[in-house]
Design a binder for this molecule. Structure first.
Ligand SMILES: [Fe+2]
Ligand SMILES: [Fe+2]
Length: 282
């Protein structure tokens, strides 16, 4: 990727969206080892929308707690700080992109469904692998194609050239992006993650979800998202901007050490969870 191209693209995206102040405060608090559940609940309860979302989320089948969780403090204790930060980032991201037209809105919805499919896939693959930080994988999956959303919103002209090229010539959207913009959604996504001060790990997974083994210490997580992206496409969950299914990177597959037979189970649970998780995010 030519840095000059990326810089040129970024210069055109003058006002990259920002995260809501509350979410930024929560992100800071989560990084503070002295913070207590009480501090976090005070910030969240101050914001009615976040409170409602959090309670809806902890009472959804994503967590399947046996009893109804009715207070923010209970929710904080039950799911943990990191999980709350990740999930609030997730739901806030959706608000940052007001659609300009019905056509763009439809494209955004399809991209969100694709991202959500990838998020659910990443969480499911993670649990098959015995990974602990499942929310982190979920968020990484949800944000992996955030660069495409930036293109839709801030580079509408270029994005319609990209879409046209994919429609006419087929192939993958990233090849069309490279041709039109000189960089891909993966690099644009990394830039946004950096602006938002998201953890380095998240930024690297977003940047390298098509080339996971290059992600160094985060290669395994990037490989999880890489596979989840392909599975979401195979299951036709939403649309990532083209109708092709990219090849699975053999080195990533090796890194994952999954049995091919596990894929059926993973895809079945992705389908089973999709509608329910979708309903609390939209
Ligand atoms: Fe992608
Ligand atoms: Fe994708």
């Amino acid at each position: 990727m030519a840095t000059a191209d990326l810089q040129r693209v970024i210069a055109r995206v003058k006002d990259l969206p920002t995260l809501p102040r509350t979410v930024l405060r929560i992100t800071e608090l989560v990084n503070d080892p002295r913070a207590a559940a009480k501090d976090l609940s005070i910030i969240i309860t101050d914001d009615q929308v976040l409170t409602a979302r959090l309670l809806k989320l902890v009472n959804s089948s994503y967590y399947s707690f046996p009893r109804r969780v009715s207070t923010v403090t209970q929710a904080t204790v039950l799911v943990g700080f990191d999980a709350i930060r990740n999930l609030l980032i997730t739901t806030s991201v959706l608000d940052l992109f007001p659609a300009r037209s019905a056509k763009v809105r439809r494209e955004q919805e399809l991209l969100w469904d694709h991202s959500l499919g990838c998020a659910i896939g990443a969480k499911t693959i993670g649990s098959f692998l015995g990974q602990e930080k499942l929310e982190e994988l979920f968020v990484a999956g949800l944000l992996h194609d955030i660069g495409k959303l930036i293109e839709m919103m801030f580079l509408p002209e270029e994005f319609s050239h990209i879409a046209e090229r994919v429609r006419e010539q087929g192939g993958l959207i990233k090849a069309a992006e490279q041709e039109v913009l000189g960089c891909t959604h993966a690099e644009i996504g990394r830039l946004l993650a950096e602006r938002w001060n998201l953890p380095v790990k998240l930024a690297e997974i977003i940047a390298l979800h098509h080339r996971p083994v290059e992600a160094g210490p985060f290669a395994l997580e990037a490989a999880v998202v890489h596979l989840a992206d392909i599975l979401a496409r195979s299951l036709d969950l939403g649309c990532g901007g083209d109708r092709s299914i990219p090849p699975l990177d053999p080195a990533a597959w090796e890194l994952l050490r999954l049995k091919a037979s596990a894929l059926d189970g993973i895809m079945a649970s992705m389908l089973a969870e999709f509608d329910d998780i979708r309903s609390f995010l939209t």
